[in-house]
Write a protein that binds this ligand. Sequence first.
Ligand SMILES: [Zn+2]
Length: 478
Amino acid sequence: MVHSLIKSLDLVDDYDGLQQGQDSDDEPDTQDGESDGVDDSHSTKQQQEQEKGRVNGNSNGNKKGLSAAEPGYEVNGDKDYRRAVIVGPDERLGTKECLLKYHDTAYVEALLNHRGSSPPARNPTNPASPSSSSKETQPRRYPRTDPFNLSHDNPPFPSLPRYISYVASATSTACRLLVKDKVDIALCWDGGRHHAKRKEAGGFCYVNDLVMGCLLLSREGRIPVPQKEGEEATRQRTRPPRILYLDLDLHYSDGVSSAFASPTRYPYPLQKGKAVPRPPSVLTLSVHHSSPIFFPPPSPPSLLPEPDTPNPFSLSLPLAAYPSASTYKGVWQDCIEPIGQAWDPDFVVLQLGVDGLPGDRVGQYGNWAVEGEGGMKWCVSQLMKWDKKTCITGGGGYHHANAARAWAGVTASLLGRETDSDTAIPHHDHFEAYEPSFTMEVPAGHMRDENTAKDLDKARDVYKTISQRINDIVAAHS
Ligand SMILES: [Zn+2]
């Protein structure tokens, strides 16, 4: 639905734009399955699937990227309408060899060879966490029917092999566009499967496209550094990129956070005269609702860290029920912003799940907004001020019309073509789904935000210390 809405709002180039958006030097290297023989982006199958694995970028015109701060941008000669360019997923980034760069062999084979013989989910739209109206006090524990958790929330289905290939390749394609300097911002609203583990499905997620995208950035996005004085300039020196993975879905990013949890322990305070351990390539920061009855069950890494945590690069910011735009504004200014400044990432991967909006049947504890200060668009605009190469994916979002409104609104905002609550939904295939308002408005929540000033003050103090620690560790290796 989001792709149809984006198209109906005239925010993307047409199919011709897609063809022009392809670039002949986007050849994957041999590390990413070049030998599998799949044809390049002009294959018929890929054309048919362009709506599924959508990556919005912008690789023609005088300027690269979707930055809204570039007046006079032209696509197809029409300077009044800035549009994103659609780039189809490069299927060579979704092969078995690519999936194995992160996932376990037996698990990948189970996904690719599944014939759909397992029992269907009891209710695939209902997660393993009880609803707010439930009397249950613990998440429901369904008996595991297989070692890979391919049941209940994560049922196998006939097109699963193709689906996982497209999900994985779409986000990796978006990240490669950043590495190749084709775009500054890449959107992949079908990506964001943050619960998938190395050898286990979870929370409707089968493969972790975000981990694969971050690994691609880490592998291919090395940053040139100046030669040392007196050093012979025989080859360009590089350093690993610093990547910030930021997750604003209402659920904890257990799959991504566990994938990048560094075994290194960072002392606090740093000891004079002793070597400072190198920082990892990926810093993860998950902002989410956490409670004993909310999926995934709370675990130490999903809670507010201690200021002296031995791993200041694997961060969580748990929120109480019904976090409003005002809470997100405080969280952004007091916690996310200091981490961003200290880490100074080369790339940002933002998982923008929208199940924190009111009325989401799975999120249920959401009270966020699209518009206004602290709203989703405001947060993205703050991120844009960092001026970093950024991949933004979707994530959770189970009120389909509101999810489409939110992601389309963010797309418009990034293009400098603001929509607001009064913007009419144009007639298109899914028009009826937007009743009764037929506008872009996501009705406001009226729940009481249970996040207190005291909670936010505590988080601010913790993040202040951790930001300083990150700053010192990065400086020690600069
Ligand atoms: Zn979620």
